[in-house]
Design a protein around this ligand. Structure first.
Ligand code: DLZ
Length: 202
């Protein structure tokens, strides 16, 4: 009999189909090597679950402290776009995203213009010798939770809060350590699951 491990995430019992979903990813440039691997892991799982490439919108910010604001603006802009409340913002936003991230502008590609079903905030905080780490971890995690509750849109907490470089590498599936695992993959799956369920729960 296969034994289940005590800790960690078990597979979803729901069949996940992301074909109709639109997902935003905001990632930091701080700790880029690790962040890039996490984003690749998330995108890989989104694609594996059927999310179309043109419906994955990727934006970058400097550091984790900027993630809540950026996620908030992306969600709000997509909601305004969908309700045609701000066509200019829609166009500006689409071309900005297109320019910076290779994400095709909706008008050009036939990509969805629906509001985001979920947004993934990806950052890596590594403890240093000052209190920066504690303040940014605390502010960022609370703001991302508040955002998803206020906006009614799932915000996936893709922020690693690590005590060492080795911890960060291991959690991005990098390095040589035993048991390494790319948590970005879990975040991609969580986005599909929560995006799908939030439609059911609307
Ligand atoms: C300032 C700072 C520090 C010390 N460490 C990190 C980090 O480990 N990971 C991260 O994502 N960002 C860090 N930052 C930058 C802040 O998040 C933020 O970008 C700046 O304070 C500007 O608001």
């Amino acid at each position: 009999m296969a034994s289940e491990s005590l800790k960690g995430l078990s597979s979803s019992t729901a069949a996940l189909d992301g074909a109709a979903l639109r997902i935003g990813i905001v990632h930091t440039r701080w700790n880029k090597v690790v962040v890039d691997a996490l984003v690749a892991g998330a995108v890989g799982k989104l694609r594996e679950k059927g999310v179309k490439q043109e419906n994955i919108v990727v934006q970058e910010v400097p550091g984790s402290f900027e993630l809540p604001y950026a996620c908030s603006r992306m969600i709000a802009a997509s909601q305004q776009q969908a309700s045609n409340a701000a066509p200019d913002l829609m166009t500006a936003s689409a071309s900005l995203l297109s320019m910076e991230t290779d994400t095709p502008a909706p008008a050009q590609s036939g990509a969805s213009t629906a509001p985001f079903d979920a947004v993934i905030a990806v950052g890596v905080l590594i403890k240093g010798s000052t209190m920066h780490f504690e303040y940014i971890c605390d502010a960022t995690s609370h703001a991302l939770m508040k955002l998803q509750m206020d906006a009614g849109v799932p915000v996936i907490f893709g922020v690693l809060t690590c005590l060492s470089d080795e911890q960060a590498l291991q959690r991005a599936g990098l390095g040589d350590s035993e048991g390494k695992h790319n948590h970005g993959e879990d975040w991609g799956l969580a986005a599909v699951e929560m995006g799908t369920k939030s439609r059911l729960w609307a």
